[in-house]
Design a protein around this ligand. Sequence first.
Ligand SMILES: NC(=O)c1ccc[n+]([C@@H]2O[C@H](COP(=O)([O-])OP(=O)(O)OC[C@H]3O[C@@H](n4cnc5c(N)ncnc54)[C@H](OP(=O)(O)O)[C@@H]3O)[C@@H](O)[C@H]2O)c1
Length: 328
Amino acid sequence: MSTTEPGEWDPSHLPPQDGRTYLVTGANAGVGYFASEHLARAGAHVIMSGRHPNRLAAAHDALEARVPGASVETLLLDVANPGSVRAAAASVRGGLFERTRLDGVIFNAGIVHTPRVRTETRDGRELVFSTNALGHFVLGAELLVSLAKSATSRWTPRMVWLGSISTRMGAFDPVDMQLERSYSGWKAYVQSKVAAQALGFEADARLRDARLPVQSVVAHPGYSIGGRTPRVTGVNEPGTVKRIRDLLQSPIAQGKDAGARTIVRALVDPSISSGEYWGPKYLTRGPAVRQRPSATSVDPEVRRRVWEACEELSGIEWPFQKAVRAAR
Ligand SMILES: NC(=O)c1ccc[n+]([C@@H]2O[C@H](COP(=O)([O-])OP(=O)(O)OC[C@H]3O[C@@H](n4cnc5c(N)ncnc54)[C@H](OP(=O)(O)O)[C@@H]3O)[C@@H](O)[C@H]2O)c1
């Protein structure tokens, strides 16, 4: 039974999401899978996207088994491949799906365990930045008109960018975003997450300037680990050693199912405003609360540089004016 006061947010009883459609990237595992599950359980239609057909099919089957009557479908989408991003977005835009509304998107897919040596995508971009930041910049551009079109008097479509507490711990070099001068796995991760947060805040500023009915929120799941997460066949199957190792971290960690609740709240809570930053109450774990982001990711100069770097690397600009016309 729920112990929350009337009007208080209850993460296990979301406001009904019937009639809403959300897209989640990296939905076949971890936070992305559990965010999809929470949304589907609340009645939303969820487009689960992922880069690998078998892993995506397994996650889809698992979700349908765990949430009877769930309305979900799958979409192949490799965020590190601009061609794949464009093709997937075209499918969404073209209404290949049963429902043509798009009420929100979670830019979740990410490389957490980064390569030790600098690795490039097929189009020659640094892999971690491409996956965690640039690919979602491209996806945001491709879906902006669909999001704007779906605005109603009762709901403003929203995008949620995945940040990280690591953004408080590491340096950011706005000159060497592609890490051509010096690379380490940790630096690649932190830079990509500062970039993702900066993109989320810059998107908010640009959406406001354009007076577009689309919101941009940044959120992070604290420290969410597989060994503290329920077993879900084909999605999360940690062995005994991992379970024990992760149990030892329980004072500072939570399951990915719990981490996903913060991300889902950032997506669906109507009391949240565009440009806010959300994370777990005890930083690495706990219920979702409003937080103050790292100074670097809100620095206007960093935001501008990251945005322009993404425009240059992708050759894409966000179609603000087209979206304004579509929203009318
Ligand atoms: N867990 C945490 O404590 C934590 C903390 C801060 C931030 N985050 C952020 O939260 C997000 C999810 O993290 P997680 O812990 O759930 O990680 P995870 O369990 O490793 O899941 C990552 C997901 O991203 C997908 N992915 C990776 N590269 C992709 C690509 N090129 N195209 C499409 N999908 C791709 C993976 O798909 P495959 O299965 O195909 O690899 C997987 O579905 C990430 O953005 C991460 O940076 C997590």
